[in-house]
Write a protein that binds this ligand. Sequence first.
Ligand SMILES: Cc1cc2nc3c(=O)[nH]c(=O)nc-3n(C[C@H](O)[C@H](O)[C@H](O)COP(=O)(O)OP(=O)(O)OC[C@H]3O[C@@H](n4cnc5c(N)ncnc54)[C@H](O)[C@@H]3O)c2cc1C
Length: 340
Amino acid sequence: MIKTDVVVIGAGPVGLFAVHQLGIIGLKAEVIDNLDKIGGQCIELYPDKPIYDIPAIPECTGESLTKSLLEQIKPFKANFHLNERVQAVSKDNNIWKVETSKNKVFAASNIIIAGGVGSFEPRKFSIKDIEKFENKGVFYSVKNKNDFKNKKVCIFGGGDSALDWAIELSKISEVILIHRRNEFRGTQHSTQIIKKLEKEGKIKVKTPYQINSIEGKDQLESITIKNEDGKTETVRTDCVLGFFGLIMKLGPIAEWGLNLEKKTIPVNTENFQTNKVGIFAIGDICTYPGKLKLILSGFHEGALAARACFKIAKPNETYRFEYTTTSKRIQERLGVKKSD
Ligand SMILES: Cc1cc2nc3c(=O)[nH]c(=O)nc-3n(C[C@H](O)[C@H](O)[C@H](O)COP(=O)(O)OP(=O)(O)OC[C@H]3O[C@@H](n4cnc5c(N)ncnc54)[C@H](O)[C@@H]3O)c2cc1C
């Protein structure tokens, strides 16, 4: 069991800044995210796009904002638990217990839900028995490309992820790229490389084909693919990778007994607490009259929620408002070197 002051659910920009606001007032946080990377929508949906409305930063990208937020919270050494979805939340003697999909259990007096639009999950194949092979031959992301080394890999999809991984894995494995349309949606540059690799015989391309069935006992052995005329073909393969984009699901958050309003969590704007004492919601996932789904609003919400967490985490201490500019205590927590 991992004990902490606050469990932050969601490592998007708002969850990250909440770690800062908790850190400067002396609260420890553990951050959990379902994605394999930190940054939420900024990293998953628009890493290279410019953002023009972060206060005092005239222009940054989703990626550079995430990097800066991470730099800003470095002194607080928060632990990140990625690739883990928070499944269940329960209360035991005024302590919240948070359980993840990897069976980790956290105990904390407070939870801050910064879950955005819910957890991002890959869109999956919709054929019979496919779940049986998930993570045992059928994958929706590449964690370590060497897992596919010297194997026969069928990659499905027509967007950038499918093309980029087809190009990358063709260097170490036997790749067949399969797409339901003749045209790819990925960049022109990636499409040209695929065509070149196909000409050189370094990759096979099968379009317009879709997966039709999957075969194997304990282990994936082959798949059949079908074209528009209904013609099927059997392909022996070791692995199948599907890149069909991500869907956002509110997921288990809906089961935690919180009031919900159109897939968002109503909060009280004094401290961003939900209908449960000690559970706060900030960022895109919360709602209140006048809510703006903007990063800057989430930063403000995190600042207030953090102060409310203090009162619950340290009931015998009095919270004192201090400026970072002048507080020695905050500067010590930030590791700022003292100057005379
Ligand atoms: C294309 C685009 C452009 C945008 N441009 C701007 C802009 O210019 N300015 C601006 O202010 N805003 C912009 N936004 C909106 C901005 O990205 C969001 O307001 C912001 O990302 C919200 O941050 P968040 O931390 O609340 O949530 P998110 O960024 O959505 O992060 C939430 C995280 O929580 C995780 N999560 C959810 N449920 C669970 C669970 N059960 N277990 C574990 N993890 C979970 C998710 O995986 C996700 O990583 C833009 C959005 C898009 C899509």
